[in-house]
Design a protein around this ligand. Structure first.
Ligand code: 5RP
Length: 232
């Protein structure tokens, strides 16, 4: 039996910066879809708009695809647009796409403004090819210029993880709060997010952060060879 209620999650919940550019990039990604593909769907507004473009193609061309969504926002959108979904337990993506907060000239990324980087990284490491959708605001000379590195940690490890991050050279570690909730943000994996500033991000930092007991994942993506940047 199907739910007989309206599908409410078809619009992004705030103003989308660079919306027209993001829509055009979304159309490029929709052109890459082949019938039968299993596709990792990233999160954030750019991915959201790309999913809508993919849904248009599915409808027009009667394509059959399966999505592996990385957040409830994208899962609900798939649900509203009647795109079948699976998890990594059932399917491996043929390819994936995702947005980013920053990208530098080496294709190193900072992601996780939407706190979804754990599942986003899971799709990325499980895909042969990943398209990163980047409007002009995302390109930086120096990683960490605009965004801090989000670090997801098991809640009771907060103090220990912060202590270890400072030892690695962090200059600021802020527990993420707000956005419609009192107190700390709780991720979809029931964890906290610490937004961490480093004045220097080097090739070893992603691995060093990941080694701290209690850290679930960071939003730092260094040296992923399967990534291709899609821009206008
Ligand atoms: C969410 C992410 C997003 O992909 C990133 O924040 C980009 O978002 P937007 O497309 O809204 O600019 O990493 O965790």
């Amino acid at each position: 039996m199907n739910w007989n209620i309206e599908k409410t999650y078809t619009e992004w919940n705030s103003n989308i910066i660079n919306k027209e550019e993001k829509i055009k990039i979304g159309k490029q990604i929709a052109q890459k879809v082949n019938d039968g593909d299993v596709i990792g769907f990233g999160s954030g507004s750019t991915s959201f708009l790309a999913v809508k473009e993919i849904a248009e193609r599915i409808k027009k061309e009667k394509l059959k695809i399966t999505a592996i969504p990385t957040s409830y926002e994208i899962k609900l959108l798939c649900n509203s647009l009647e795109i079948p979904i699976a998890t990594l337990l059932e399917k491996k993506p043929d390819w994936s796409f995702d947005g980013t907060d920053e990208v530098d000239e080496n294709n190193w990324l900072i992601k996780g403004r939407g706190a979804a980087m754990f599942k986003e990284k899971l799709n990325i490491v499980n895909s042969k090819k990943v398209y990163i959708l980047a409007d002009k605001s995302k390109f930086v000379k120096k990683l960490g210029e605009k965004f801090k590195i989000p670090v997801e940690c098991y809640p009771e490890t907060l103090n220990y993880v912060k202590e270890e991050l400072y030892k690695l050279g962090a200059t600021e570690c802020n527990l993420r709060t707000g956005q419609g909730k009192d107190g700390p943000i709780i991720t979809e994996n029931n964890n906290f997010i610490i937004d961490v500033k480093f004045s220097n991000i080097d090739i070893n930092l992603e691995e060093q952060i990941k080694k701290i007991t209690g850290v679930v994942e960071s939003g730092l993506f260094i040296g992923y060879k399967n990534i291709e940047i899609i821009k206008l």
